[in-house]
Design a protein around this ligand. Structure first.
Ligand code: FMN
Length: 438
């Protein structure tokens, strides 16, 4: 049986599956339920002294949409889009004190960790909330620099507004790190162009880890009524957001090497695994538990373990960051890779009149000839689009012979430009991506 334990920010987690800070951690009862369901950790819903953010939660609105942007009633599947508006914990952070103490003990007794989450009104409030969390015996705190909603509340400065400003993010991080002894992790917002820069700044200011990322802000229209759903902009997420989150996990893992907790785009164990393989040590599971109930969690953890067993991963370390380590860092590495060439299996093509492969070849490598799909190897760049669009699976790629390489114009890239491999020596015509017939 695979060992699911992972060390993160100096704490040992029995598994990397952490329940994210949201409605499912907004009461002591729910947090206990998460512990009982086997979570490696739970992040309490953001504790605050911002009255409007507490009030917002009492005015929450949620819409679940399908891939056609229609409201879903009943069963939620992996294509879900969760559009919602909600604030921070509606219970003032000081009122949480007795519960935080007992919940921390309850979690620890079952090998789990309660993690704090803060969102303050002023720099001093961030410090006060985090000190309170530490005083309750909690051993890790997350600063919520990712919440999309404060930006929509006049007079409120918090969440993604801080997470978009490297200097302010660093200032708040430094103030908290100076004030507490427990590790601090920063929840990043994806609503910006420079998460990497923010991650670097907060790490320099003392953060032990980052969470990548909170959710995006969206705008969804009901075309039947011509009105925005939920009245206007709101937070938006779902598995569609996962590749966008993983982009930042990959960059932070590769370029900064600081510990990462993955978030934004989880449905099942497969998504958790993608985050870990990209470079997250723990992974936060959020909205899917709101939509399917906390009872969904044991299934995710069980299937995660089953995957590790069936794929021969003995522990988390054997999966950690492997995809990022295998990724090219820039396109010059991509260009240096051996190119492929089209191979249409005419006997497998059930309908040559369909021509979708020809329509989706933008390099004139395919055409119709004598009622069949004809190939022009000299034009194929090996992009694989026709392989993906063929409904009969009749198109495949093969490694071209050296002769094909030499005669193919798109393989002819001068050494000085990209390729350093053995085939590049005689090439002198340069890269040309315009129509092959010119
Ligand atoms: C309704 C709702 C409320 C949330 N509240 C908080 C919060 O109080 N603090 C916080 O840091 N993140 C909050 N989040 C963000 C989640 O913790 C999580 O980062 C996000 O939902 C992405 O993960 P997921 O794709 O698994 O849902 C909230 C998300 C939703 C959907």
């Amino acid at each position: 049986m695979a060992n699911l334990e992972v060390e993160f920010c100096g704490l040992k987690f029995k598994n990397p599956v952490v329940v994210a800070s949201l409605e499912t951690t907004n009461s002591p009862e729910l947090i206990r339920e998460c512990v009982d369901a086997g979570a490696g950790g739970m992040i309490v819903k953001t504790l605050t002294d911002i009255e409007d953010m507490a009030r917002l939660t009492e005015n929450s609105k949620y819409a679940i949409l399908n891939e056609k942007n229609q409201l879903i009633k009943g069963k939620v599947n992996k294509n879900f889009v969760f559009y919602s508006r909600s604030g921070y914990s509606s219970t003032h952070y000081k009122e949480w004190i007795p519960d935080l103490k007992s919940l921390q003990k309850y979690a620890e007794d079952q090998g789990s960790h309660l993690i704090g989450s803060a969102g303050g009104k002023t720099v001093q409030s961030w410090v006060d909330i985090c000190r309170t969390i530490e005083d309750c015996g909690i051993k890790l705190v997350e600063l919520n620099f990712g919440c999309p909603h404060p930006a929509m509340m006049p007079g409120v400065h918090g969440g993604s507004m801080i997470g978009q400003d490297p200097d302010v993010a660093a200032e708040v991080t430094r103030a908290v790190c100076d004030a507490v002894d427990i590790p601090v992790m920063i929840k990043l917002t994806p609503d910006q162009s420079k998460p990497l820069e923010i991650a670097r700044k907060v790490a320099e200011a003392g953060a032990a880890a980052v969470t990548a990322t909170n959710r995006y802000t969206g705008f969804v229209v009901d075309i039947e009524t011509g009105s925005p759903r939920l009245g206007g902009p709101a937070g938006i997420g779902g598995v569609w957001a996962k590749p966008l989150s993983l982009r930042w996990v990959n960059r932070i893992f590769t370029e900064l090497g600081i510990p990462i907790s993955g978030s934004n785009g989880i449905y099942d164990h497969r998504d958790l695994i993608e985050f870990i393989m990209t470079g997250a040590k723990t992974v936060q599971i959020g909205s899917v538990l709101m939509l399917k109930g906390i009872k969904f969690l044991p299934k995710v953890i069980r299937e995660f373990e089953e995957f590790m067993d069936s794929h021969g991963y003995p522990d988390i370390a054997s999966m950690y960051g492997i995809a990022s380590k295998r990724a090219v860092r820039d396109y010059s590495e991509q260009f240096a890779k051996a190119r492929m060439d089209i191979d249409v299996k005419v006997e497998v093509c059930k309908n040559p009149q369909c021509t979708i492969c020809i329509q989706t070849c933008f390099y004139d490598a395919l055409s119709q000839a004598d009622g069949k799909v004809g190939m022009h190897h000299e034009n194929c760049i090996g992009c694989e689009l026709c392989v993906n669009t063929c409904p009969f699976d009749a198109n495949a790629m093969h490694t071209p012979t050296e002769e094909q390489r030499r005669s193919g114009r798109f393989f002819q890239i001068p050494e000085a430009v990209y390729e350093v491999g053995k085939f590049s020596k005689n090439f002198d015509r340069g890269i040309k991506l315009s129509s092959a017939k010119d």
